[in-house]
Design a protein around this ligand. Structure first.
Ligand code: ASP
Ligand code: MG
Length: 404
């Protein structure tokens, strides 16, 4: 069997953890499997490297940043190979250049294009455990790129897909995918299975267990993912196309606190205003999430929208500079909100899910500021201070702690 195993930063944080993970890898080798390992940088290394860059340059160029942070993964893979060799196993570490992990040009957020598996296969045939740097790639200028924070998951899925691996295991510091973040909701329950679509919605709604592009890719190439803990032997969660074991109305609740709201007030109620506003933002690469336009009153209307908090300062500057062109009376900015989303394929065939969610929030005394929905997801914007209260209330209302 060919197994791809990915370990996140906390799973390889120090020598002891590296040794422990080496032990898990060795168990698979002892059973006669071929193993490809993908690693993240140790512990908080990536954050620390970014902080170091900022000590010297408040606005570091993305190219140099990628050159810097890719060293984190390179340390992990070499250390893991050393640990395995010390235990008497054959192991070799490889970086993105050595396996031609080709990506698009964009630094900091590149997409994988193709991988040359020749070297990888050769090393496997020679009986090596192959340990590959996650998160990094190489672009057409032969520069390092990175796949976006958390991108090692995507490296693992890409390798599993191109090598036609029998299993793709993503090890983290939690035991799988939960109905809600167990640190916030006490009764949160671990799921046995979840579908790609549900996982995708949860991942992009702020559940940080899997990089959302990794789920997209797993769906596209039909790679079944096993999310499990490197610390315990507990059974994890399978992410796959069709789930049979559980038929739940709501599979999970996610929270995203990286939200800011902008309200543009007092536009003339004439065509073209929304276009001007969002065209300006998109030309400045500001991603907009929920949008709400009020009905026109006395020839005037308001438009509110949410963005990521990281974009708040840029947005403020751009809008203030263009206030006259936009023709707005006032613009308000706030970073006191959070977005809570419920996700579940069961919603498609069950009306009344939204009203149940709103009822739960009403009973908990939580005010809703914005709402957006898709086929299998409902999101609401609420005050950040109400997050825990709201999540508990929704989790209870849908009986998510128990089976059905
Ligand atoms: N080390 C990278 C990060 O911290 C990639 C990863 O962990 O997946 O974002
Ligand atoms: Mg991660």
């Amino acid at each position: 069997m060919l197994i791809v195993k990915k370990f996140g930063g906390s799973s390889v944080a120090d020598a002891e953890r590296v040794r422990h993970v080496a032990g898990l890898i060795a168990e698979d080798v002892d059973k006669g499997n071929q193993v490809v390992v993908v690693l993240s940088a140790q512990g908080k290394t990536t954050d620390q490297l970014i902080a170091k860059a900022k000590e010297l340059n408040q606005n570091p160029s993305k190219r140099e940043l990628d050159m810097l942070i890719t060293t984190g993964e390179q340390q992990s893979v070499a250390l893991m190979a050393l640990a395995l060799q010390e235990m008497g196993y054959k192991a070799v570490s490889l970086n993105a250049f050595q396996i031609a992990m080709n990506t698009t040009r964009v630094y900091g957020n590149a997409r994988l294009k193709n991988i040359n598996t020749e070297r990888l296969k050769m090393e496997l045939e020679h009986g090596n455990v192959v340990i590959v740097t996650g998160f990094q790639g190489v672009n057409r200028y032969e520069d390092y790129t990175t796949l976006g924070r958390g991108g090692s998951d995507t490296t693992a899925v890409a390798l599993a897909a191109t090598l036609h691996a029998d299993r793709c295991q993503i090890y983290t510091d939690v035991e799988g995918i939960y109905t809600a973040d167990p640190r916030i909701v006490k009764n949160a329950r671990k799921l046995k299975e979840i579908s790609y679509d549900e996982m995708l919605e949860l991942a992009s709604m702020g559940a940080k267990v899997l990089h959302n592009r990794s789920v997209e890719m797993a769906k596209r190439y039909n790679v079944v993912l096993e999310v499990l803990s490197s610390m315990t032997k507990a059974e994890g969660t399978l992410v796959k196309e069709e789930t049979k074991v559980e038929r739940l109305l709501i599979t999970g609740i996610a929270v995203d606190k990286n939200i800011a709201r902008v309200s543009v007030i007092g536009f003339d109620d004439v065509p073209g205003k929304a276009f001007r506003l969002f065209d300006l933002l998109s030309r400045n690469n500001i991603n907009v999430d929920i949008i709400l336009q009020s009905i026109g009153r006395e020839g005037s209307k308001d438009i509110s929208f949410t963005i990521s908090r990281d974009d708040l300062e840029d947005t403020r500057r751009i809008l203030e500079e263009n206030k006259e062109m936009l023709g707005a009376k006032d613009i308000k900015y706030s970073d006191q909100f959070a977005k809570i989303s419920i996700v579940g394929a069961g919603m498609i065939s069950n009306p009344g899910v939204a009203s149940r969610m709103f009822e739960a929030l009403y009973n908990a005394g939580v005010n809703i500021h914005m709402i957006s929905t898709s086929e299998i997801k409902i999101s609401v914007l609420i005050a950040e201070r109400n997050v825990a209260l709201a999540m508990e209330a929704i989790h209870d209302r849908f009986n998510m702690a128990s089976h059905l």
